[in-house]
Design a protein around this ligand. Structure first.
Ligand SMILES: Nc1nc2c(ncn2[C@@H]2O[C@H](COP(=O)(O)OP(=O)(O)OP(=O)(O)O)[C@@H](O)[C@H]2O)c(=O)[nH]1
Length: 398
């Protein structure tokens, strides 16, 4: 195999880091204006700068003097690792440790300029920095591994493994140098700089791909969530309803389970908007959704199906039990006033309830019967629950 020289590899790993900066910067400019992505783009720039300074130092073409060049290069690389960590914190919604990273960067710069243990002793410098990078990598890995959102866990773990793998390689290099093998950049012989730069290059490329995949998968999951949920209340939306209803009805068709539907409509909602403003109306809708969510059991499924209209699927409940649950929901919405700033707003709700009849009903007839029960509740004076008559006793309802 032709020998690879450390100078060229320093430049190629700098270019790989630059490619990461361009990819992350591109994703940021394309509209994902998250701090995390900007942090990772800047990390790419700093990795690139660090390697270029390292290359100049190795070649003896120093910017100011050798000590300053090495100190600036190491500070750049440290800041880049720090920004990877801060970006991960931002991405996961944790508190950012930006101030601590900056303070540590200044300490590393000062040590590189003024502490002989850092500028005059390669083995202790490399060992110290490897320890610091290992600490940051473990912090990144820990956060990514423990994140709550299970859906993207595989992608986050891939990022974590790339970061941890690189830290392990950096530590091996530190051990190798501590054993007195040196890190001469001269071609020929065993040269630790060659595998070091090669692994850095692979690290930037792998990190770039892993982060980009994580970001795209998260965007995709977000869009999928948006398509199925109501943006204001966070409940499932009307488009999801049919899918859930079909699933629950099929379950009833296969067994002797029950299924009921509760349709709630806030009364005179237009008046709330007119009297208190649209923002107050929105607040009432959000809180009403929260109250519905809190009142229902696990397994019950709530939807916002219209402006001020909610629907709850109650698997396992027959009509009478569903009417009882519906009345509890009605009372929970009517009892405590809703608050918008300092204003108290009282709302009542009309509710239509229907039990699914697997012999006579399909989804359309079930919805129609729920609507009819709701209209009866409205016509009967509002703030009440109406249970649709059994399908067998009301053939005209089809
Ligand atoms: N603030 C707010 N208002 C909404 C939203 N969606 C629908 N609305 C309003 O809800 C009101 C519904 O009015 P109507 O359909 O006349 O019904 P209502 O005033 O509740 O009267 P009844 O249903 O007959 O008791 C309209 O004024 C809509 O503008 C929303 O997302 N936010």
């Amino acid at each position: 195999m032709p020998s690879l020289d450390a100078y060229t590899l320093a430049v190629t790993s700098a270019l790989a880091a630059l490619f990461m900066a361009i990819t992350m910067g591109g994703i940021f400019l394309a509209g994902n204006r998250e701090h995390a992505i900007a942090d990772w783009a800047l990390a790419g720039v700093l990795f690139c700068l660090g390697h270029m300074l390292g290359n100049l130092a190795m070649a003896g073409t120093v910017v100011i003097d050798l000590r300053t060049t090495i100190a600036l290069g190491n500070t750049s690389i440290f800041l880049a690792y720090g920004l990877i960590l801060v970006g991960i914190q931002e991405h996961l919604g944790h508190r950012r440790s930006g101030a601590m990273i900056l303070a540590m960067a200044l300490a590393i710069l000062a040590a590189g300029l003024f502490w002989p243990g850092m500028y005059a002793n390669t083995s202790s410098r490399v060992g110290l920095l490897a320890t610091v990078y290992m600490g940051l990598a473990i912090a990144c890995t820990f956060m990514l591994w423990r994140a709550e959102d299970r859906m993207l866990a595989g992608y986050r773990k891939a990022v974590a493994l790339v970061i941890l793998g690189n830290a392990v390689l950096l530590s091996l290099r530190a051990v190798y140098i501590a054993l007195g093998r040196g890190e001469s950049a001269e071609p020929g012989g065993v040269n630790v700089m060659v595998p070091a730069f090669l692994s850095s290059m692979v690290f930037y490329m792998a990190l770039n791909v892993a982060l980009a995949l994580l970001l795209f998968r998260r965007k995709e999951a977000h869009l999928r969530h948006m398509a199925r949920h109501d943006a204001l209340t966070g409940l499932l939306n009307r488009y999801s309803l049919e899918e859930y209803a079909a699933r629950e009805m099929a379950r009833v068709d296969r067994s002797d389970h029950q299924l009921s539907v509760v349709l709630l409509d806030l009364d005179n909602f237009k008046r709330i908007n007119d009297e208190h403003g649209h923002a107050a109306g929105d607040r009432v809708l959000v809180e009403a959704a929260d109250r519905v969510r809190e009142m229902i059991r696990e397994g019950d499924i709530a939807f916002r199906v219209g402006g001020e209209e909610f629907l709850v699927l109650l698997p396992g409940a027959d009509g009478r039990e569903a009417a009882r649950i519906a009345d509890r929901l009605r009372r929970s919405l009517a009892d405590g006033p809703f608050r918008y700033r300092s204003t108290e707003i009282r709302v009542s709700t009309s509710v239509g309830v229907v039990a699914y009849d697997p012999v006579h009903d399909n989804w359309e007839s079930l919805q129609r019967r729920a609507d009819q029960a709701l209209y009866r509740a409205k016509d009967g004076g509002r703030n009440r629950v109406e249970l649709a008559p059994d399908r067998a006793s009301s053939p005209g309802a089809a």
